[in-house]
Structures are given as structure tokens and as C-alpha cells.
Design a protein around this ligand. Structure first.
Ligand code: ASP
Ligand code: MG
Length: 472
């Protein structure tokens, strides 16, 4: 192990050893000089900004010993929506390279083109064709990556666009929601080695098992970017978007929402899962697992956005409030209250590929109870059909669906050490005439399902009630 490190960083060791470590003498035991050099290198890395930045030794070593920092930049659909914006992205990537970085750019499809392709497919066929759908949707990112490479080359800088499979992004087989299982990245490294700005299509990969092209789910370019940053041991992953960063609430709903300077991975994960659309939840998981600092910032100006990282300077009791109007509620009435029936209801839902979010079971009266759960509204038809079959099989009275719900979530890492947050949340909602239909919690989140029409009142009320607009 020790010897390997010496080989990898030989250049730096010589430099550090000659400056900081005492010269080897002939009476030294065989590895003493190497051990001293490594200790000196370790000290130098620790004292460098690299180590202080995030405390990760492996990445600090990689950064300290390589020639140039590596920056991964991801641009969302609005940032590459037309020719002019693509040229602006090219200018930014070129400027980043000229200021002394190796630059990898991950792009989304232009504007709303993914939505347009989905609509087009639904006009051609009412059936689902998972393999061909992925083939179709991956075309969106191909367009933006090629155009961006052209715009960069016009600056006289070498550039190369790569599809997900060319970049070696290996995924599981599930079309439409595949997961990244590994990244080869040889061609990305080769391109960087040749001084090129390398562009990688977001949202797509390749399943080694089926040899087919796959997609990672909506918003999946964020996951591509952070996973690539982890593979390349990048210094930072920048997510460029059409907002200035992560806010205390959706600024479209709460005009006084405040941009956060920083937020922990843990909190961002909860906010993303609770409906904050600014980052895909899975990308935050990658960031946390490999400790890649993520900088969410605007593609329209150079201002600092929000840093998502391991630890924040201040632990806020409440960091923000998120809302999600994409779910619907299913209620199964008159479920006999006996062991195994909940399993017989939820197992078929899972088998049908449905992901259930909140679940509430009422206290039973006279041997029967109600069970409600929420699912993505896009999956409501399947959920209703499966729940009706299961309800019949277990002798339940019937199934109701409710389209008009919203989930409101309060998130903050300091919540776990603070009493009374739930009580205060429920009081604020009631003061605003908002009725709570379901509740679920994690150590750092409280979520309530409310009427869909109450979203604005609930989010605004909580934002004011917890004074989230004020600098803490
Ligand atoms: N183009 C894909 C989508 O619209 C992926 C992405 O933008 O991240 O979901
Ligand atoms: Mg996005």
C-alpha cells in the first residue's frame, strides 16, 4: 500500500521530501526515507486548502498531486434552451478551462424537448415500449451535447461530445429508471488528457446485461454529473440551473423565500425527496456517499449559489419547507383488522412497480380499519386497479382515490434536538385553516398531507411562522 502511494505521487514526494523532510542517510532502515516522505506529503496535503476544503484524504491527495483541478459542470434544459444560451454555456465552460481547470460538461436536453418527445410517443402509440422509449429520449441530450461541442470548438478549444454509453456509464436494466452501477470514463479521461472540454450526455447510460441504452429517470442529468464527479475525483460538481440556488421555499409560492448559502447532504436529500425540484434526490445520495461538494448556481450570472456538502457552518433547526403536488391518495375502506392483510395489500402494489410514499392506518373500530397511501399521480390508474383487486381478495369494503392533495414538508437537521417542532407546525397549519390528513416523520423532517388547494396558505404560513425568510 505504502509503496503504491510513493509510485503514484513520486513527483510530489520528491518535491516535498526535498523541501520538508530530512534527507535519507545510509544507515536508515530500507523504508525509512519513503515513510518520512509520505509523512511530509500527508502534512503538506493536510495544510493545503485541498484538505481543509472537505476533509477527504483520497480526493485531497488526488487534487494535490495532479496538474489541474477537475470541474464537472451540469447545465439543465433551460440553460441550453436555444442557440444563444448554448453559446453562453460554451463561453462559460471555455472561461472555466482558461482559468486553469480540466472541464467536463454534462448537459440536459434543450428546453422542454424531453416532454415533447414523450408527447410525440403518446401520439404514435397508446402502449408502453420501454426500450424504444429510452432510445427516443436519449436523443434529446445528443442534440444539446453536439451543439455545445461545436460552440466550444468555435472558441478554438478542443471539445468532444460523448453519449452515456461512450462515456462508459453503466446502469441496471430498468428502462426509464435505471441506476448507475459504475462509470468507466476512459474516454472522458483521454479527452481531458488531450486538453479538451469533454461533454457528456446526461440522463443516459448503457446496461451491460442487455446491451441496451437506458435512462435514469426525470432529472437524471444531475445524477450523471455527480456520479461522474465522484469517478473523476473532481474538485467540485457545479449544477447550473435557472434559479440562483436552493431556497427556504419555492420562490414562486413564497416571494420572501431566501437563498441558502449552504445545506447539508442529509437535509438536501430530504428536501429533494419532499418535492424540491432543484436537484434530483439520487444525485444528492451520490454526493453524500462520495463526499462530492455540489454547488447549485444560476447559469444566467456568475453569483455564488448554494453549496450542498457534508457539514454546514450552522445547524439550522428548520432549513426549509418543500411541497409536492405530484402525488395522489388512495384509501382502502373496511379492511378487516387481522395479521397479514396489510402485506396482502402492499405486496401486489410493489409487484406492479409502484412506489408508495406515505401510509396511514386508522385505529380499528369493530374489527375493521381504513388504510390510506399516496403514490405518484402518474401511477394512480395502476395503483387504483391493483388496490381494487387486492381489496376484493382481502374482503375490504372498497377503494377511493383523491387527486387533490399536496404534501408539505418541514426539513432541518437541528430538529432532532428540539422539542415542540411538530406541535408548532400543526398549530400554524390550523391557524391558517389548513386541515391535516396524513402525517409522516423522519428524524429531520415532518410531512403533512393537506388539501391541494391549501398549498400556498400552508407553505407561506409555515415560512412566516418559522421565520425562514430571516437570516439565522
Ligand atoms: N432531459 C431529462 C429530463 O427532462 C433529464 C434531465 O433534464 O435531467 O428529465
Ligand atoms: Mg433538473
Amino acid at each position: 500500500m505504502v509503496v503504491v502511494v510513493v509510485v503514484v505521487v513520486a513527483g510530489a514526494v520528491v518535491e516535498v521530501a526535498s523541501g520538508a523532510a530530512a534527507p535519507a542517510s545510509s544507515s536508515d532502515p530500507p523504508h525509512a526515507a519513503a515513510t518520512r516522505a509520505i509523512a511530509a506529503l500527508a502534512n503538506a496535503i493536510r495544510d493545503s486548502g485541498d484538505m481543509r476544503r472537505d476533509g477527504n484524504w483520497a480526493r485531497a491527495l488526488a487534487r494535490y498531486t495532479r496538474q489541474m483541478p477537475i470541474v464537472v459542470q451540469k447545465y439543465g434544459g433551460t440553460s441550453v434552451a436555444d442557440a444563444e444560451r448554448i453559446r453562453a454555456v460554451a463561453a462559460r465552460a471555455v472561461a472555466t478551462q482558461k482559468s486553469g481547470n480540466s472541464v467536463v460538461v454534462v448537459v440536459s436536453a434543450m428546453g422542454k424537448s424531453t416532454d415533447e418527445l414523450i408527447t410525440l410517443a403518446s401520439e404514435v402509440t397508446p402502449n408502453s415500449h420501454p426500450r424504444e422509449m429510452d432510445m427516443l429520449l436519449t436523443a434529446g441530450e445528443r442534440i444539446s451535447m453536439a451543439l455545445l461541442a461545436m460552440a466550444i470548438e468555435d472558441h478554438g478549444i478542443g471539445s468532444m461530445s460523448l453519449t452515456g454509453s461512450q462515456a462508459g456509464i453503466l446502469t441496471t436494466v430498468e428502462h426509464g429508471h435505471a441506476e448507475i452501477i459504475g462509470i468507466r470514463g476512459d474516454r472522458v479521461r483521454e479527452g481531458l488528457g488531450e486538453g479538451k472540454v469533454v461533454i457528456v450526455a446526461g440522463f443516459q447510460g448503457f446496461s451491460p446485461e442487455t446491451r441496451d441504452v437506458t435512462t435514469l429517470g426525470r432529472g437524471g442529468s444531475d445524477a450523471t454529473a455527480v456520479a461522474l464527479a465522484a469517478t473523476l475525483q473532481a474538485d467540485v460538481c457545479e449544477i447550473y440551473t435557472d434559479v440562483d440556488g436552493v431556497f427556504t421555499a419555492d420562490p414562486r409560492v413564497v416571494p420572501g423565500a431566501r437563498k441558502l448559502d449552504e445545506i447539508s447532504f442529509e437535509e438536501m436529500l430530504e428536501l429533494a425527496a419532499a418535492g424540491a425540484g432543484v436537484l434530483m434526490a439520487r444525485s444528492v445520495e451520490f454526493g453524500r456517499r462520495y463526499n462530492i461538494p455540489i454547488h447549485v448556481r444560476s447559469s444566467f450570472h456568475g453569483g455564488v449559489g448554494t453549496w450542498v456538502k457534508e457539514e454546514t457552518m450552522e445547524e439550522a433547526i428548520i432549513r426549509g419547507v418543500a411541497h409536492d403536488v405530484s402525488e395522489a391518495k388512495v384509501t382502502v375502506h373496511g379492511v378487516p383488522d387481522s395479521p397479514g392483510l396489510a402485506a396482502r395489500l402492499f405486496e401486489p402494489l410493489a409487484e406492479a412497480g409502484l412506489s408508495v410514499d406515505m401510509i396511514v392506518q386508522n385505529v380499528s373500530r369493530e374489527g375493521v380499519t381504513d388504510i390510506s397511501f399516496t403514490v405518484a399521480r402518474s401511477q394512480l390508474n395502476t395503483a387504483e386497479t391493483v388496490a381494487k383487486l387486492a381489496a376484493e381478495a382481502i374482503g375490504a369494503a372498497g377503494v377511493d382515490v383523491d387527486h387533490n392533495i399536496a404534501k408539505i414538508s418541514l426539513v432541518g437537521a437541528g430538529m432532532k434536538d428540539e422539542l415542540g417542532i411538530a406541535g408548532k407546525m400543526f398549530r400554524i397549519l390550523s391557524d391558517h385553516g389548513v386541515n391535516i390528513e396524513m402525517i409522516s416523520t423522519s428524524p429531520i423532517r415532518i410531512s403533512c398531507v393537506v388539501r391541494g388547494d391549501d398549498v400556498a396558505a400552508a407553505v407561506q404560513g409555515l415560512h412566516d411562522g418559522f421565520a425562514l425568510g430571516e437570516e439565522s
